[in-house]
Design a protein. Structure first.
Length: 275
């Protein structure tokens, strides 16, 4: 089996698998991802989110769970609204195509680095996993050539699309991120949506995330950009914006962070955008 490297930005997908496997074991889980534990088991030696402890660790694990559920709900809502193409930018080891209830004739396109997708496919094949939507994997780099690869894989820019950028834009530079925004904007038919998460400059001084940042630096997967005024940024790229803070989503899910973890409210944002 091809094993994704424990270093580099692709390895961040494994941290998500570890977090989703842990959430899936909770009695009060926000989702069940039956494949997350399979990815984690097949991966090279992994930390069990050891980079934080106590309230900070709880806040991080809860945030990743709440974020996953936010993207689950927002993407299915967009599909039900008529966006039957779902494009996940930096899809990693996400398994939404297999675990969510999609309308018939939905196709999920998963873009990520070739090594990540090879590892993903080998594990899913071994599990005999069957998608609950159309599913197309698109091995491509978000810094070059991905839009052509997406169209070559069967994506139709004239059809309504919901784009997803979960845990990915900050691995690109600001310039690379802007180029992605322009390219996806040019391929969004009227009625399209964009579900997105990003960080703000606050992460640089964040106590909550200092261990995460060291771990990512050790893996050579540093965060390389942030967006401090999401409404202006998204409007500038032609989107109408509904903005959410991590803390309001955490509170709505009964996972209100406490103590040191409460700092999470300042370090990022999530949005559902429409055209
Ligand atoms: C933290 S993971 C998140 C994965 C997925 N969105 C999820 O929530 O499970 C970040 C993903 O972005 C991918 N990624 C980062 N930079 C990329 C690039 N330039 N081209 C393609 N994929 C990239 C990584 O390979 C990794 O799978």
């Amino acid at each position: 089996m091809r094993v994704v490297s424990a270093e580099g930005v692709g390895s961040t997908s494994l941290l998500l698998a570890v977090a989703r496997a842990a959430e899936s074991r909770r009695p009060d889980r926000l989702f069940t991802d039956p494949y997350a534990a399979e990815f984690a088991a097949a991966a090279p030696a992994l930390p069990d989110l050891p980079m934080e402890s106590g309230a900070r660790r709880t806040a991080l694990a809860d945030y990743l769970a709440v974020r996953t559920r936010f993207f689950d709900d927002s993407l299915v809502e967009a599909a039900n609204f008529g966006c039957r193409q779902v494009v996940q930018l930096g899809a990693g080891l996400d398994t939404r195509a297999f675990r969510l209830d999609w309308p018939a004739d939905t196709t999920v396109f998963e873009i990520d680095q070739p090594a990540v997708l090879e590892f993903k496919e080998s594990v899913l094949e071994r599990c005999a996993a069957t998608p609950r939507s159309g599913r197309v994997v698109v091995p491509a780099d978000l810094t070059a050539g991905w839009a052509t690869a997406l169209v070559d894989a069967g994506f139709d820019p004239a059809e309504r699309t919901v784009w997803s950028a979960e845990g990915v834009l900050y691995y690109l530079t600001a310039e690379e991120g802007d180029r992605v925004m322009v390219a996806l904007g040019e391929r969004t038919a009227p009625g399209g949506r964009f579900v997105v998460e990003h960080i703000t400059r606050e992460v640089e001084g964040s106590v909550t995330l200092s261990g995460v940042r060291s771990e990512l630096a050790r893996r050579r997967a540093e965060w390389r950009s942030h967006v401090d005024d999401p409404v202006a940024w998204l409007r500038g790229h032609g989107w109408h914006v509904r903005l959410f803070t991590p803390n309001e989503l955490l509170a709505a899910s009964g996972r209100q962070p406490e103590g040191e973890g409460a700092e999470a409210r300042t370090i990022g944002w999530l949005a559902v955008c429409e055209r």
